[in-house]
Design a protein. Structure first.
Ligand code: NAD
Ligand code: TDX
Length: 332
């Protein structure tokens, strides 16, 4: 039995990871989560209480982080401010959590010699043209666009520096866009599903040509477990499931699956600096560590996700009106 500290475990991908870990191992999980607007304890409801300890707190709180690191074997670091649109509105929390928070964890990893796996994003590489055959690899140069992605890039570089300068035992993964249960209604797919459920037309930024490379959150979790088990210290692994789709296609599919007309959506004001396309080449992870995704049918995964939102209105409804009011104030 290993003791894992999971930061951001009340968020979308962190909570999916904890469900995955408790279902597939005998590990004990301690969660450190600030419960910002994006954190929700209900995402961890029903898990065995003897295998999970919840600590409400900030990853930038050095003494608290020290105490928690001393008591665990490994740390998986999901906590972040994660939404691009919010980072355009108020970048400060992104610097505080993504940069200072990650720095605080790295100092504790150094002090207590704990293994740290840092969760990052493909957005650190900037974007690709629609007609470019290239995909991101581990050697693509960093070129982030938004306050969100630049603070994630900064956090990755801190991890690399702490590995090289101080010998911290760390790995990094950069994953593409996740979908699945427990995703906040501010994000693209849950926003459109819950809009339809509320009788609001889905909102597509600009022309909707932007491409995202979708992966189910459970496949992200299995990839992280693989890296925790077999990853080489100091290495970076890209995680992706060959799921490129443009936003217009995704909105049309949601409408179709929910029994609405495929064109029953609105084009709204585009995101400032909107990245055009992300695409991941995950050959390194697949060939060196033997990982492969389970969810290969996006339509089936999306259908199950729609059903989850139908069944869990109590989970998402409290956040919905505030999110829509924020978007409406920006013409989105
Ligand atoms: P999320 O916004 O749903 O969850 C973030 C969690 O972190 C929340 O529970 C929040 O309360 C917590 N948190 C925020 N600031 C904190 C702080 N200072 N101290 C402690 N806890 C804090 O985010 P997500 O979509 O689950 O993303 C998780 C991680 O995965 C992030 O690091 C993100 O960059 C990365 N990532 C996300 C995606 C995606 O598609 N969503 C893709 C690739 C990588
Ligand atoms: O209402 C919307 N309409 C729309 O067209 C919203 C909310 C988004 N979009 C577009 C913008 C993007 O092209 O959909 C795409 C996906 O948007 P988001 O869900 O905001 O995700 P993105 O900006 O691509 O970033 C996500 O993937 C990488 C996560 O939020 C990040 O945390 C992760 O690093």
């Amino acid at each position: 039995m290993r003791r894992l500290l999971v930061t951001g475990g009340a968020g979308f991908i962190g909570s999916n990871f904890i469900h995955h870990v408790l279902g597939h191992t005998d590990h004990h999980v301690t969660v450190l989560d600030k419960l910002t607007y994006a954190g929700n304890r209900a995402s961890l409801a029903g898990l065995p209480e003897n295998r999970i300890t919840f600590v409400e707190g900030d990853i930038a709180d050095g003494p608290l982080v020290d105490e928690l690191f001393a008591a665990v074997n490994d740390v998986v670091h999901y906590a972040a401010e994660s939404h691009n649109d919010n980072s355009l509105n108020d970048p400060r929390p992104f610097v505080d959590t993504n940069i200072i928070g990650t720095y605080t964890l790295l100092e504790a990893a150094r002090k207590y010699d704990r293994r740290l796996h840092h969760i990052s994003t493909d957005e650190v590489y900037g974007d690709l043209e629609l007609d470019d055959p290239a995909r991101f690899t581990e050697s693509t140069p960093y070129n982030p666009s938004s306050p969100y992605s630049s603070t994630k890039a900064g956090s990755d570089l801190l991890v690399r520096a702490w590995v090289r300068s101080f010998g911290v035992r760390a790995t990094i993964s950069n994953c593409s866009n996740n979908y699945g249960p427990y995703q906040h209604v501010e994000k693209f797919i849950p926003r459109q599903i819950t809009n339809v459920l509320r009788g609001i037309r889905p909102k597509l930024y600009g022309a909707g040509e932007n491409v995202r490379d979708w992966i189910h959150a459970d496949d992200h979790s299995s990839a992280v477990m693989t890296i925790l088990d077999k990853g080489e210290m100091g290495e970076t692994y890209l995680i992706g499931a060959d799921g490129e789709k443009d936003n217009k296609t995704v909105v049309e599919l949601i409408l179709d699956l929910m029994g609405e007309a495929r064109d029953a959506y609105d084009h709204v004001t585009d995101r400032a600096g909107h990245d055009m396309r992300y695409a991941i080449d995950s050959t390194k992870l697949r060939s060196t560590l033997g990982w492969s995704p389970t969810y290969r049918d996006f339509e089936a995964g999306l259908e199950a996700t729609i059903q989850w939102y139908r069944d869990h209105e109590d989970w998402w409804a409290p956040a919905k009106d505030g999110v829509e009011a924020f978007y409406a104030s920006k013409g989105q």
